[in-house]
Ligand binder design. Structure first.
Ligand code: MN
Length: 483
């Protein structure tokens, strides 16, 4: 199936080029390679290979459905729809947080998010080929929306890479400064680190602690930059610029290693963290401690099993492989974990405002998301019509609406909208005459109150004209006489 998808996508994109001059298909293939490393599920990878076909080639989604089945077609459809969402970035932290949640909730299948993240990661790796203004927009969106979502899903490797690639574009000056600072630290302390690594492996072996390997890691630039901001740019106050990782086979070995380490090295008080007993919200597990080496340098140590390490890289995608009894989880089980995760995120509240926003997201089940041609999202109740949409965009647009295009095709203003529809309202210069039928078709209280207002004003205007015509003495219906 993968081979067929590969050839199908390659053929569909034939002749198309990327801004880099490469064949367009290289992008789809690279995205599938990225995703395949953490989530080698055939249907998802086939959908990744085909993800830009319906939008960018003449081949329709229907054709893909006939060729590859409904599951793959619906994944691609989800990716296309998510591609229409333009995430607005902002200085307002709550706003951005809600954009992230909206992004996640908009797509009902977690595999769609994984494809979208892999797609973005490849686009970020090749961002140098697009014009600078566009680079800035994409990088900002990546930093504020995509990287935190990768982090939230526990996919550490993707989050780090997305952050560093965007950081370089969004804030080039600080990027270079941080890079220089880190370079100097590596110069100064790289040797100590190697020394400590040797000492540590010697101690663990002589104390009879089983471990698989010791590795070292240097802090990523963006995360160092964020921390430097908090510590007034004093790098000597940041204890985890370098960290040594001890990977073991089992959890008891982790605690045993920690005990031995504290026996030989003085720990820094208050820096011991047991994320094995109490994992981070994204599922991250590890023991952390910070110790003084024999020369008085401070180092962070992270101790975890190989499985925990794997999960720290693959996050939510890792559960696919490590379900109970060694059986891969079905897509359904993964999905229910995903829903749980989404709910958990919503329950983590920090402020009353955010709490209210979260409540709103609870109603997502019976809400649909519809897009303007520019990609702005309108959140409407199920059953909403074009009329509701027009008033949701702008009151004036409602009053001047004469028709609509739904997904590029002419539609009626009474038409019910579906999740993911792209709606363009056609308007006139003069306000249109609104009939009572509008009221019947409107589902949102906003549209209904606007229409009622119009109808009321309209009646009043009519009465006024009747008065001007000095017809008030005529035998008018009771309704008018009373007024
Ligand atoms: Mn793409």
């Amino acid at each position: 199936m993968l081979k067929r998808a590969y050839e199908f996508a390659q053929k569909a994109h034939e002749g198309q080029k990327r801004k880099s001059g490469e064949d367009y298909f290289t992008h789809a293939r690279a995205a599938a390679e990225i995703l395949g490393k953490i989530f080698p599920d055939p249907s998802t990878l086939a959908a990744t290979l085909l993800h830009d076909v319906p939008e960018d080639t003449r081949v329709k989604l229907e054709e893909i459905k006939t060729e590859f089945g409904g599951e793959i077609a619906s994944l691609i459809d989800g990716v296309t729809q998510l591609g229409h969402v333009r995430m607005k970035t902002s200085k307002d932290k709550f706003y951005v947080e809600n954009m992230r949640k909206l992004f996640m909730a908009t797509s009902q299948d977690i595999r769609v998010i994984l494809i979208k993240l892999a797609d973005r990661l490849h686009n970020m790796r090749t961002i140098e080929f697009i014009p600078p203004e566009k680079q800035m927009k994409v990088a900002q969106e990546t930093l504020e929306i995509y990287a935190p979502i990768a982090g939230r899903l526990g996919i550490g490797g993707w989050k780090d890479e997305l952050e560093d690639l965007s950081f370089k574009i969004v804030n080039p000056k600080e990027f270079e400064l941080t890079k220089k600072l880190l370079g100097e630290e590596v110069q100064k302390r790289g040797e100590n680190l190697k020394e400590l690594e040797k000492t540590l492996s010697h101690i663990l072996r002589t104390e009879g602690i089983k471990y698989l390997e010791i590795t070292s890691r240097v802090k990523r630039l963006y995360s160092l930059f964020k921390k430097l901001e908090r510590y007034k740019n004093d790098i000597s106050k940041i204890y985890d610029v370098f960290a040594l990782r001890i990977i073991t086979r089992s959890t008891p070995d982790c605690y045993a290693a920690l005990g031995v380490i504290h026996k030989h090295f003085q720990p820094v008080p208050g820096r011991i963290k047991d994320y094995i007993s109490i994992p981070k919200p994204n599922g991250y597990q590890s023991l952390h401690t910070t110790v003084f080496d024999r020369q008085g340098h401070i180092f962070e140590l992270q101790i975890r099993t190989d499985l925990m390490h794997e999960e720290a890289e693959r996050g939510v995608a890792a559960h696919w492989f490590y379900a109970e009894e060694g059986k891969p989880e079905s897509a359904g089980r993964l999905q229910s974990r995903w829903m749980k995760e989404l709910r958990a995120w919503q329950e983590e509240t920090q402020s009353p405002e955010e709490y209210l926003e979260n409540l709103k997201i609870d109603f997502f089940r019976d809400r649909i998301f519809v897009f303007t041609p520019k990609g702005d999202i309108k959140d409407l109740p199920q059953g909403a019509t074009v009329i509701d949409f027009a008033f949701a965009v702008h009151t004036d647009l409602g009053y001047h609406m004469m028709g609509a295009k739904i997904n590029g095709k002419m539609g009626r203003i009474y038409d019910e909208l579906k999740k993911g529809d792209v709606v363009e309202i056609l308007k006139t210069k003069q306000p249109v005459k609104i009939s009572r039928d509008w009221l019947k078709a409107a589902k949102t209280s906003n549209a209904r109150s606007r229409i009622r207002h119009y109808l009321h004003e309209h009646d009043k205007g009519l009465l006024q004209r009747i008065k001007e015509l000095k017809l008030q003495d005529l035998s008018l219906p009771k309704f008018f006489r009373r007024k």
